[in-house]
Write a protein that binds this ligand. Sequence first.
Ligand code: TXA
Ligand code: MG
Length: 318
Amino acid sequence: MAQINTDILTAKHFLETENLVGIPTETVYGLAANALNENAVAKIFEVKERPTFDPLIVHTHSLASVYKFVETINPKLLLLAQTFWPGPLTLLLPKKNIIPNLVTAGLNRVGVRVPNHPLTLQLLKQLSFPLAAPSANPFGYISPTTAKHVQQQLGNKIPYILEGGNCSVGLESTIVGEENNEIIIYRLGGLSVTDIETIVGKVTLQLNQSSNPNAPGQLKSHYAPKKIFYITNLDELAQQFENKKLGIICFGEYSTSYRKCVIKNLSPTQNLNEAAINLFNFMRELDESDVDLIVCNYLPQHGLGLAINDRLKRAAAL
Ligand code: TXA
Ligand code: MG
């Protein structure tokens, strides 16, 4: 099993010798490898059982260091980087040859981000290379928000997990790029559309829903528990699921006369940040419990609610 600890030098040692390390970020835990070393990167795909047409995000410690890996940064994207890094923002930028094609699945752009976690930032500063890191879960499953989640699912395949506590955002980064001078959001995430539009004005959403997307983070069924997951009107539950034990994910004040259930409240006070932090954790807990199926309602469609609803939809494969 992987060792879980806070020792940066041990993490550094494993990464320098082509091994994988679980790393904390503010969004979700990542499964990291030397992004400039194809052998190391190949191990990520192997361990995650991830198809190689799904590109990886490259993590680095500063905006200044990004120029080693990309040809140029569009002025509006630069403004976003200056405003929100370190933070839950990934930029798609034209890559230099130093980034292996395996990282970008052969695409011309590389996804880059500066994560906002003190341990991982320290680690990145001590390394002479950036880290390619997808979320540290088996392909298609719920993303991990604690070191223990990583241990449970990938612990027997990697040597080390850097312990960085609970993720403070809980949703993956928002992915942004530019086409024909238009700013495009490709994946909703921990940075809201409103936050982005405040800096660069109106953006276009290009969230691929098809089963053959450019980027599988956008696949219809993704971030999914193993149990049946329904999005439904919670008030009508009793009639719909007679005799089943339900895992109910709710938001705001909620009570039910339905007896056979486990209730998980994303945020009793309807705070969307709190809901984001709890979402994957609750999905995972219910998936591992004895409930027959998991049900939830959509959250309000603003701020982080948009990204949370996107994850719910994909978990339910709608
Ligand atoms: O918050 C996050 O972004 C986390 C932490 C670990 O940083 N990482 C993460 O990685 O969510 P992953 O691999 O689970 O999702 C990355 C997604 C891909 O599935 C794809 O949709 C998109 O990012 N992506 C990455 N590079 C891309 C590229 N060059 N072009 C288009 N999409 C890309
Ligand atoms: Mg992922």
